[in-house]
Design a protein around this ligand. Structure first.
Ligand code: ADP
Length: 293
């Protein structure tokens, strides 16, 4: 059966409301997946597709969106169904009309992200391994954040970089050995994170209310989400002000944010190649120098 016929049946089964795709339009913007708006004149859905081997990635994304929704803190698209159809992995989401955001929606995002970061658990990780971009992200539960971040975030990317021909593991290992020095007067909590919060992963939905999507969710130090909002831009000053007012940051964040963004720079090195090689090496050197200073 062709993809859209099978998907229509899966949507009908999931919602209990008959759906028959009449129009599907490819939409740009996604880095990793095919993205479509599909409608039947009455209902409209947002569909992501990829090769069939990416079914687990979409299952993890659906579970992450549901976890965010269950926290009742931030708006995210409702997952409708996911699976494999006609040889493609797919994820069907509620369609949310999104426009450009304003100072107001950014401030609400700051407040609501702070609320989401107040949702905590006792260990670091998640029940499901997921992906950051297309790179696997290991979420095995750990009691110790420094161990979690050193092994499952930094060492994982450094070893992948070495396999990809960018040997900076020795330098990176020095940093991993000294990670406790970044946490001498700071005790992170295992907070519910978006995990991939760059400016392209939020928008303003109806009534200028913020919406987050495309999470790489796990429970970890909330500073990692904040650090990423500063890495590639896209977050107005009102966002930062509202977050800080709702949930003030520890002063050591100023140094740890570079440590946390190293994970994403290394991931970019592994995804997009050599143009991130110098930046990764320089950042490790800078962090090692900060430890010495
Ligand atoms: P990818 O995983 O391929 O990066 P995203 O989940 O980031 O894809 O989605 C790509 C774009 O599609 C986003 O930038 C956003 O503008 C839009 N989008 C994502 N989810 C929805 C949705 N549920 N409803 C409407 N538009 C969406």
């Amino acid at each position: 059966m062709p993809l859209w016929t099978t998907l229509s049946q899966h949507i009908t089964d999931a919602t209990g409301a008959s759906f028959q795709a009449r129009r599907q339009r490819s939409v740009g913007g996604g880095c990793i997946n095919g993205a479509y708006i599909v409608e039947d004149g009455l209902q409209c859905y947002f569909v992501k597709t990829n090769t069939f081997d990416k079914a687990a990635m979409f299952a993890a994304e659906a579970a992450a969106l549901q976890t965010i929704l269950d926290s009742h803190t931030l708006r995210a698209p409702h997952p409708i169904c996911h699976g494999v159809a006609d040889g493609h992995a797919y994820l069907v989401l509620e369609f949310i009309e999104m426009g450009s955001h304003s100072a107001h929606s950014a401030a609400l995002l700051g407040e609501q992200l702070a609320a989401m970061h107040h949702v905590t658990t006792t260990r670091f990780g998640w029940d499901i391994d997921n992906t950051i971009g297309a790179t696997p992200q290991i979420n095995t539960w750990r009691d110790n954040w420094i161990h979690f971040y050193g092994e499952q975030r930094l060492r994982f990317q450094l070893e992948l970089a070495a396999r990809n021909g960018y040997p900076m593991l020795a330098k990176g290992e020095k940093l991993i050995d000294h990670l406790p020095d970044f946490f001498t007067s700071y005790q992170p909590h295992a907070a519910l994170l978006h995990g991939d919060l760059w400016g392209g992963n939020w928008g303003a939905g109806p009534q200028d209310n913020p919406v987050i999507f495309d999470p790489a969710l796990y429970y970890g130090d909330r500073e990692t989400d904040l650090a990423m909002t500063e890495l590639f831009g896209g977050f107005p000053a009102t966002f930062h002000a509202a977050y800080a007012a709702a949930f003030p940051l520890d002063k050591g964040y100023a140094i740890r944010k570079d440590l946390y963004n190293l994970y994403h720079i290394l991931n970019h090195l592994n995804l997009f190649g050599s143009r991130y090689s110098d930046q990764s090496a320089r950042l490790i050197d800078q962090l090692l120098a900060e430890l010495r200073g």
